[in-house]
Design a protein around this ligand. Structure first.
Ligand SMILES: CC(C)(COP(=O)(O)OP(=O)(O)OC[C@H]1O[C@@H](n2cnc3c(N)ncnc32)[C@H](O)[C@@H]1OP(=O)(O)O)[C@@H](O)C(=O)NCCC(=O)NCCS
Length: 159
C-alpha cells in the first residue's frame, strides 16, 4: 500500500463527492454503458461516503447505506484501474467496517459482482443464496458479521 494513502469520509455534495461520482461512473457504470440519474444520487444523503486518496487525488471509494438499525449495505466499491492489487480495496473495506461499528451496525451486507466475489471472500464476507442479475451482471449476495472488539479510528462518523 502506498505510504501516502489516506482514507477518509467524503462530504455529500462537496468537490470530493463530485470526484467520487466521476470515479464510480468510470469504474462501475460507463463500462456497462450506464450512468447515474440525479434521483439515484439524491437518495444518497443518508449514506456514508468513504474515499481513498493518494496525495489528495481520489483513487478509490465505497458507500455504506443504512438498511436497518443494525445492518448497513456496502455499495459502489471502486478502485481506479491503475491502483488495483495494492491493498487499497482491502484498506477501504476495513475502514468502512470500523466506521460501521462506530455507528452501531453489527453486520454489513453487499451484492458482489461475480468478478469481485474472490475479493470479498479474502475479506471474510460469506456468500449466500443463488446468483442474480443486477446492472446487467451476475451478482452474489454476501455478508459479514462485525466483531464486537473495539477499534480505534478517531471519532465516530455521522450517517
Ligand atoms: C474489486 C476491487 C475493489 C478490489 O480492489 P483492490 O484494491 O484491487 O483489492 P486489494 O488489492 O485490496 O485486494 C485485497 C484482497 O483481495 C484479493 N483480490 C482482489 N481482487 C481480486 C480478484 N479480482 N480476484 C481474486 N482476488 C482478488 C487480493 O488478492 C487481496 O488478497 P490478499 O490480501 O490475500 O492477497 C477492484 O478490483 C475494483 O475496483 N474492481 C472494479 C469494480 C468492482 O468490481 N467493484 C466491486 C463491485 S461489487
Amino acid at each position: 500500500m502506498s505510504p501516502e494513502l489516506c482514507i477518509r469520509q467524503i462530504e455529500y455534495g462537496s468537490a470530493e463527492w463530485e470526484a467520487e461520482v466521476q470515479l464510480r461512473l468510470t469504474v462501475l457504470r460507463q463500462p456497462l454503458g450506464l450512468t447515474f440519474t440525479l434521483e439515484e444520487l439524491a437518495l444518497e444523503t443518508d449514506t456514508l461516503h468513504i474515499g481513498a486518496f493518494a496525495a489528495d487525488t481520489l483513487i478509490g471509494c465505497l458507500l455504506l447505506t443504512p438498511q436497518t438499525q443494525t445492518i448497513c449495505k456496502m455499495r459502489q466499491v471502486a478502485v481506479a484501474a491503475k491502483y488495483r492489487g495494492r491493498g487499497i480495496g482491502r484498506a477501504l473495506v476495513q475502514h468502512a467496517e470500523v466506521a460501521a461499528k462506530q455507528n452501531g451496525y453489527t453486520e454489513i451486507v453487499l451484492h458482489a459482482r461475480e468478478t469481485a466475489v474472490a475479493f470479498y471472500l479474502a475479506l471474510k464476507y460469506l456468500p449466500e443464496g443463488e446468483p442474480f442479475t443486477e446492472v446487467t451482471l451476475p451478482h452474489l449476495a454476501m455478508r459479514r458479521k462485525l466483531s464486537q472488539k473495539a477499534d480505534i479510528l478517531g471519532s465516530p462518523n455521522q450517517f
